[in-house]
Design a protein around this ligand. Sequence first.
Ligand code: ADP
Length: 636
Amino acid sequence: MTSFNSEQELFKSLVEASPIPTAVYIGKDITIVAANQGMLKLWDKDASLIGLPVREAFPAASLQNLTAKLEQVSHSGINYHQENETVAFMIAGSPEGLHFSHTINILKDAAGNQTGMIQTLTDTTELVLARQKIADAEADLSSARTEEMKIKTELQRLGRMVDISEDFCNYCDLEGNTIYLNAAGLKLIGMDKKRMKSSNLFQYHSATSVQTIRDIIMPQLLRTGKWSGKLELTHQQTGEVIPIHKQFFIIREDITDRPIAIAGIARDLRPEVKAGKALDYKNTQLQIAIRELEFLANSVPVVVWTSDPQGQLDYINQRWYEKSPLPVKRALGNGWADTIHPEDEKRAWAAWRECLKTGIPYQIEFRLLDKFGEYRWWMVRAIALKDDNQHIIKWYGSNIDITEQKELEKQKDNFLGVASHELKTPVTSIKAYAQVMEMMFRRAGDTKNAELLAKMDNQVNRLSNLIGDLLEVTKINTGRLQLTLTKFSFNQMVEEVIEEVQRTALNHAIHKQLDFDREITGDKERICQVIINLLTNAIKYSPDSDHIILSTSGNEHQLQLSVQDFGIGIRADQQPRVFEQFYRVSGSREHTFPGLGLGLYISAEIIKHLNGKIWVDSAEGKGSTFCFSLPLLNQQ
Ligand code: ADP
């Protein structure tokens, strides 16, 4: 035992001398027989622990793990070694995980029997931390590398963009020496890539631009960091001066903000200049076209004008000056209307507004004041220019001075009035004499001469009808058509008219379909006149047929009368015109029909005065139906 004890002492002193925290244990209950200062310090205990079994020595939970490991090695007889084991020791009163290289080795005697265990805990915390630092640094480095890679790729991508950009992109130092010039830039100034590095800003700009760069751009760049505007490049081979739009930027060092280089982007302005020139040319052409149009407009003898879709005049030709007291400038817009005759004003505006709204052609006659203070009559016409969607773009109008024409019409009406009036008296006398003479011949038994005088009476009747028509027309045209309203039975009146006309119509039977039997208020004589006119026309223009149909219909609001014949008919395009004054359908057969072209005009005027409507429905060669309708309510 002594030897063992001395052996134990030896161990003890060895253990104590060891710079590594070391402890020695023996026996089944794992009694601590030796523990150096290093170990005691870790355990946070003093030497009083020595001689105690570990379970007693370390009741603290924090060292349970260590105890368990010692027990495990003692039982299994297998050494334990673990690098970088984290063990929680109480350091300055609080638990702290430290890293150790942990070894528990079995001690054996000469016979190989297990006598005890030696435990060493080599502190590797520093090492681990150092390694961690290295690992962190490595990680940092690699992430920095990835970042750098990213930036590099980004830059490469940007570089490629700049390379393939169609705009001139350059990069030079503060003296203007080229650092980089992209392919488009090289091409624009006709420079070889090899010569790029030795080139300079001042070399490939035009002389004036060089001046500008030196005097204006450089100082501004250093002051504000950027400049943009127009400059010129000089083509290195052809010498062509190329207009460009240039942007300069100062590049600064990240940290110091010191300017280190100048970047530039330039756009070739030649296409724009070319387009501008083409535009200028087009504009000149347009100006010429406008001048030509104006010349044309001024060369015609009428006033020509244009207006916007809202009806505001925006152009009036020179002819305006000849008659109007207003200068063109004042007549534009709605200015012209200041000179309109007060009686025509309302009518003219209503018509113009209606046309502006609907886009239908404008046609009207009105009076405008002239420079001599007189009113002149104008025939005003305008049509709308429309786009594909039928929206009005502009109105084109013309004013024709019809004062003289109106004057002539008035003279004609006066003449007709006077002439027919003067004719009427002798014709009435002739008629009276003819009738007296006819009577005398009959009494004397001279039937032959009596018949001749009857024929003469017939012709005199026709003559007096014609004179009557002319008188009527002059009355209408001078606004002297007067209506005498009475209450009468329409049906009865129609029957009487049919009877009267039938008496002289030898070849036609007048069939009647009378479905309107009311008393109406109207000018009986004039309505009779209209019906007689329609019936005599129907007979006159259907020489090859033998009958005519007169029908009436109506309700409490209006009546309608139609006269249908089966004669020569009227061509569709001529139908609306038959109601015009002196209008007669031109054609080979019509000349054989006598007439002045006044009957329908007079009829239409009478119906118009009675607030009614008159129209025709006809097919050439088949016959015509003339109709009129009259409102009843308004007449009551
Ligand atoms: P006119 O004295 O010539 O008959 P109107 O004013 O009565 O004058 O008629 C004008 C023109 O209308 C005629 O010249 C004729 O050409 C045409 N017209 C009138 N009535 C008929 C009809 N029933 N059938 C065919 N044509 C007609």
